[in-house]
Design a protein around this ligand. Structure first.
Ligand code: SF4
Length: 175
């Protein structure tokens, strides 16, 4: 039995026994890759709380992933900050995926440029869910039309990758 399945069963058993202390580890974790954000939206908790505007060290991220890879199913590599601010966010996603852990990302999409749009598009059909807050553009210097162009580029990369994936799969099945 895999460590992840064992962990889930252990948590379920503790739940049904009304235990308040679990013997298993978490199934999902959030790692705050960065607490920085380029926006200051009116609905953001930043108006209430103060956060240290720091990036997480890549080596620390790697260590946590290695430490929990036997029982954690999913890692969110972001929390209060905008993940695309972190210079190594796509490296973090790669490390997570290679450790056999699914991952996802939420972004305000205002930092998409040609490089990030392609990188995000390259990984999205495997493990990334990209959520775009349209309202955020009114609080950013990037013009909506520029941002929209990069979002379109991102979508084109995703569709191209999905198409190539389907073609490759069909070729594998036929051989
Ligand atoms: S994009 Fe998100 S984290 Fe950044 S200010 Fe807006 S709500 Fe807050």
């Amino acid at each position: 039995m895999s460590g992840k399945l064992q962990n889930r069963l252990s948590i379920a058993a503790a739940y049904f026994r009304h235990k308040t202390v679990l013997s298993g580890g978490p199934i999902e974790i959030t790692l705050e890759s960065t607490a920085k954000c380029n926006l200051y939206c009116p609905m953001c908790p930043r108006h209430i709380y103060t956060f240290d505007n720091e990036n997480m060290d890549l080596e620390l991220y790697k260590k946590i992933v290695q430490d929990c890879k036997d029982y954690v199913d999913f890692i969110w590599p972001y929390g209060i900050g905008e993940p695309m601010i972190h210079p190594s966010i796509f490296e973090m996603i790669r490390i997570t995926r290679e450790a056999g852990i699914r991952t996802g990302m939420s972004t305000n999409a205002t930092l998409l440029d040609d490089r990030r749009a392609v990188l995000a598009g390259d990984v999205v059909n495997e493990t990334i869910a990209l959520f775009i807050y349209r309202q955020s553009f009114q609080y950013n210097k990037t013009s909506y039309s520029t941002a929209l162009a990069y979002i379109m580029l991102f979508v084109v990369v995703v569709l191209t990758n999905l198409y190539l994936y389907a073609v490759n799969r069909r070729a594998r099945e036929a051989s």
